[in-house]
Structure formats: structure tokens, C-alpha cells
Design a binder for this molecule. Structure first.
Ligand SMILES: Cc1cc2nc3c(=O)[nH]c(=O)nc-3n(C[C@H](O)[C@H](O)[C@H](O)COP(=O)(O)OP(=O)(O)OC[C@H]3O[C@@H](n4cnc5c(N)ncnc54)[C@H](O)[C@@H]3O)c2cc1C
Length: 331
């Protein structure tokens, strides 16, 4: 164990719905908790794939959008103020001689805990990046793969390159903020777009260029000035301050085998207590494999609380196997 790094009872890897509920439950079991998420946002697949979709199969909630569910889960997780670390991909997990774990992220940061709960899902989903010269020069300044702060585009000329409804949605979002919005699609239609969205696009001021592709970026010091596009009608250069691209997502699997874990079809094999084959490492949610496993949010909750109860027992074998929230919060 390294003296100068704070030792937590539990480190949760992954801030999807499993990680968020697990963080809340750790607090309920009076375990000091750090949650490490590779992305800049919490919510995992629910945030990335179903933010606006209605979810109907969670007990006690007749219907809720993905975004609203994640918002409520963040509020619930915040009850016990866990430490949350963003933008760190956990690369290595080492079990120390004293039984504690040291985790290292790709940026070199180290973390320590008595136990680890894997809530990694299958891994992370990164945006597919366009094959453009000098792409890296513009990334982070004027080339973007998501809209994290719409106001940064206020009064700017924005080009969106996408053949998916995600790009269409971005265009409609930025229409009222940016000075001008171009939507460049290398196909003739938008994948997964609803009729209502296409109607809104038609009625908007967004300039749509179908069967057109971004060819080159022009600018200085990472700031765009012009974008070259190629279409059936030939090449043209368009003034643009920012380019946003969405061409699907690429899965980066979590390195379970490197962490010494037994897997089954790419997921971590667990027993009924959510123990992995490494003592002190537990798993929950879409990361896990066991007979009868279902990939559902409700299952993630049960697995998360079981993993926390197991971690509690691992740290303190005399601790009760379970507790009631009605009793805990009456105190
Ligand atoms: C299209 C679609 C529709 C669905 N509809 C429903 C539905 O109607 N009802 C339902 O119950 N379920 C539904 N699901 C399933 C549900 O979304 C998942 O079961 C649930 O989101 C899994 O949550 P999770 O937290 O286990 O994993 P994820 O949501 O995948 O979260 C894992 C998190 O861990 C992070 N991570 C991974 N590896 C690392 C690492 N090494 N370091 C740091 N961070 C890491 C990732 O960045 C990610 O944020 C649907 C899924 C999809 C794709």
C-alpha cells in the first residue's frame, strides 16, 4: 500500500446505472467510496443510447426517460457524497501484499481501496473519429464529438457531419444558438430519424447537404476557418468555426483478463454473492456473467447491492448481511 494515497473501503469502476446505485448503497453500508468513470458524464449506456427513450420496466416507476432516470440516480448517489473521478480509464488493478488494491488509470493517476466493485458494463463506447489529416490539431478546440456545452457555439458558424439522427438532433439543438448550422450527411437519409424530427429539420434554418462528405479542415492553431466538402455537385469550401461529427460509437472492452479475472463470453464470471475469482473484487451489472443473467437496469440494482453487502462482509466479517433503509435513515 502507498502511504500518500487515500485508502477507500470501496472503489467502483464505472459510473453507469450500476455504478451510481452501487455508490449510493456503499454509503448506506457506511463504506467510504470512490467511483471512477472513463467518460465526462455519468449514466453509461442509458446516457449514451437511450437518453430520450421511455423506460417502463423499473419497479415503482411507471415510465421515465433515460436522462431523468440518470438525474435521479445521481441525486440518490450524492446522498453520501462519494468521491467521483471523471475522464479516467482504469488500466491496471494490483493486489498488494497487505490485501489492498492499487488501481492505475491511463493518465498515471493511482487509487487505493480495500475492495473493488466492477460496474464497467462491457467497457466504454468511444466516438468513431473521421479519417481527416490534422484531425488531432483541431480536437478539443474546434473539432468535437459531442455537445457538452451548447453555449460555446453561440453566434458561431457550425458544421455537423453525420448520417445519423444524433447529428440531426444536434443541428436542431444548435439552430437557435449558433449563427448558422450546416448539416452534412454522406448518405441520402438520416439513420433512425423519426418523421417528426425530419419535419422539424425541414422547417428549420439548418442548411442540409445530403450525399456530401467532409474532405479537409483548414485553420490555424487548432481553430477552424473553412471546411472542404465533396458532393455530387463537386467540391466546395464552407466557412465554419466548429465541426461536430457523429459517425457511431466504437466499443473499447474493459481489460478483465489483464486484471486476473475469469470471464465467460467476455464478461466477468461471478457467483451468487457477486464474488469474482479474485478475493476482494466484486462485480455487478452488465459486466457480469452467471446462469440466468439478464441485461436489465433492475437486475443491475440487485447485483449492485449484493456486491456492496459482500464487500462489507469482506472488510468486516461481523457486519450484518443486509440492512433496511427504513431503519438506517430513521436514526
Ligand atoms: C438500446 C438499448 C435499450 C435498452 N433498453 C432497456 C430497457 O428498456 N430496460 C432496461 O432495464 N434495460 C435496458 N437496456 C439495458 C441497460 O441499458 C443496461 O442493462 C444498463 O444500462 C447497464 O448498466 P451498467 O452500469 O452495468 O453498464 P454501462 O451502462 O455500460 O456503464 C458502464 C460504465 O463503466 C465505464 N467504464 C467501463 N470500463 C471502465 C474502466 N476501465 N475505467 C473507467 N470506467 C470504465 C463506462 O464508461 C460506462 O460509463 C437497454 C440497453 C440498450 C443498449
Amino acid at each position: 500500500m502507498e502511504e500518500n494515497i487515500e485508502l477507500y473501503d470501496v472503489i467502483i469502476i464505472g459510473g453507469g446505472t450500476t455504478g451510481l446505485f452501487t455508490a449510493f448503497y456503499c454509503g448506506m453500508r457506511e463504506l467510504t467510496t470512490k467511483l471512477i468513470e472513463s467518460g465526462s458524464e455519468l449514466g453509461g449506456k442509458v446516457t449514451q443510447f437511450l437518453p430520450e427513450k421511455l423506460i417502463y420496466d423499473i419497479g415503482g416507476i411507471p415510465q421515465i426517460t433515460g436522462d431523468d432516470l440518470v438525474k435521479q440516480m445521481k441525486d440518490q448517489a450524492a446522498k453520501h457524497e462519494p468521491t467521483i473521478v471523471y475522464n479516467q480509464w482504469v488500466e491496471t488493478i494490483t493486489k498488494n501484499d497487505d490485501g489492498t488494491f492499487t488501481l492505475a488509470s491511463t493518465d498515471g493517476t493511482r487509487h487505493q481501496a480495500k475492495t473493488v466493485i466492477l460496474a464497467t458494463g462491457n467497457g466504454k463506447f468511444d466516438p468513431a473519429k473521421p479519417a481527416l489529416d490534422d484531425r488531432e490539431t483541431f480536437e478539443g478546440k474546434s473539432l468535437h464529438y459531442t455537445i457538452s456545452n451548447p453555449q460555446q457555439f453561440a453566434g458561431k458558424q457550425v458544421m455537423i457531419s453525420s448520417n445519423n439522427r444524433v447529428g440531426l438532433d444536434w443541428a436542431l439543438t444548435l439552430e437557435s444558438i449558433a449563427a448558422k448550422v450546416y448539416l452534412v450527411n454522406n448518405k441520402a437519409s438520416f439513420q433512425h430519424a423519426a418523421d417528426e424530427e425530419l419535419q422539424r429539420l425541414e422547417e428549420s434554418s439548418v442548411i442540409v447537404k445530403l450525399n456530401s462528405d467532409v474532405q479537409a479542415l483548414h485553420g490555424e492553431n487548432g481553430w477552424l476557418g473553412q471546411v472542404s466538402i465533396k458532393s455530387e455537385n463537386g467540391d466546395e469550401q464552407i466557412k465554419a468555426d466548429h465541426l461536430l461529427t457523429y459517425n457511431g460509437l466504437k466499443m473499447v472492452p474493459a481489460p478483465f483478463e489483464n486484471w486476473g479475472l475469469k470471464t465467460d463470453s467476455g464478461r466477468v464470471a461471478v457467483d451468487q454473492q457477486m464474488n469474482t475469482n479474485v478475493e476482494g473484487i466484486f462485480a455487478a451489472g452488465d459486466a457480469t456473467a452467471y446462469p440466468g443473467k439478464t441485461m436489465l437496469i433492475a437486475s443491475c440494482y440487485t447485483e449492485g447491492l449484493t456486491a456492496v453487502n459482500s464487500a462489507k462482509k469482506y472488510i468486516n466479517p461481523k457486519a450484518p448481511a443486509q440492512v433496511y433503509s427504513t431503519v438506517i435513515y430513521r436514526k
